[in-house]
Design a protein around this ligand. Sequence first.
Ligand code: CTP
Length: 446
Amino acid sequence: MVKIITYGTFDLLHEGHYRLLQRAKSLGDYLIVGVTTEAYDKTRGKLNVVDSLVTRIENVKKTGFADEIIIEETQGQKVNDIQKYKIDIFAIGSDWTGEFDYLKDYCRVVYLERTKNISSTMLREKNSPIQRIGIIGTGRIAERFIPEAKLVSGINTQGVYNPHTESAVRFADKWEISAYTDLEEFYEAVDLVYIASPHETHYGYIKSALEHGKHVLCEKPMVLKRKEAEELFAYAREKGLVLFEGIKTAYCPGFHKLLGFASSGTVGAIKNVEACFTKLEGKETRELTDRVYGGSFMELGSYVMLPIFKLLGREFEELRFDTIKGENGLDIFTRVSLRYPAGIATATCGLGVKSEGRLLISGTKGYIVVEAPWWKTTYFEVHYENTREVEKYSERFLGDGLRYEISDFLSTINGIGSSEFKLTRGESVTLAGVMEAFMRAEERDR
Ligand code: CTP
């Protein structure tokens, strides 16, 4: 009996897939099809897969060519599968020519000609037309957004808005997009808006974008007052629009894996969370000179509060800020202490003091430690009383990591599963409340 194996995502199963499976099967007697998991697709940068794993398996089954279906979860699995299932032929589409030659040590490798003019990507684009996104703001984070957005299918960066012509034009020329200095014209030209302007302008821009019927992805901190956050979310809901706060950690796969472990009771009941993020900045930067909206907590507070709210919830009883200030009175280092009915937490951040950027989650049975930079979660360890008993987990974090939030934003808009649970409205509202409390404590709330 000649055994063949092939692999794929098989999203929105189409004629190309059908023909591939048909030809693969005809190479022998028994065809095994490996269908990728969502997590594996995410780690290899394949975002926006529409069908669930179950649907994709069902669809492969329906073709009638697969004698057996297995799940492909990790890179490097193919070599093992081929040996385990005693495979004679590995078959795959010609778009992969050469890529799998290393398998020739184990079996025959056949590249089958790809069917022209059809792909899952094409179908995804047809089902959900390309969304044109416009960026408000031309700073560093806006620069990072464009290459990341290019990696998400179904979205195209249309242009950038900045009221200052020179900044808008310089940015647009660099990235070969359109420049807008008139907000009305900008809204006319886009479907979605990404806000990366100074913190204090977020509220106004979010409101006007929603008024113009645009879905909004806004950089953190989204707004600096609890009431404003509540009002904007209520308004977005009323208009049937998606409003996302862009804290990249909240959407990255490693952080989700970590939350899954932590919430499943692996380390018992969680009693203490400590999160630290420091990033040294030059004295002359906006972050360290803007007397009202600068400083460590405004800049990094959203990151360090996130795991605390995710793991201990939002119902804290006490919130205290301790800050170390620079010469101009801005906090160069801030520690937030929170007390919960059944736990405690500290969030530390600094722009002028360096510390170890780790996340520590302590429970009644053990603890989880996430190495720096935990906000781009790639590696964590689970420790127990017995020091020899250590579990190690890793996950990929690709590029600048904005692709994950962009992809989640887009699939929520397109109605392909909601990703709002990754950073709930309630969590964003609480974050805004903490920002507000901080400004009050620092007497910046004029
Ligand atoms: N395939 C094919 N002809 C096509 C599309 C896909 O022969 N027109 C093959 C691929 O080469 C692969 C298998 O089908 O062997 C599964 O590919 P998959 O990545 O799931 O499909 P694509 O349509 O290429 O998906 P995407 O657009 O998301 O990359």
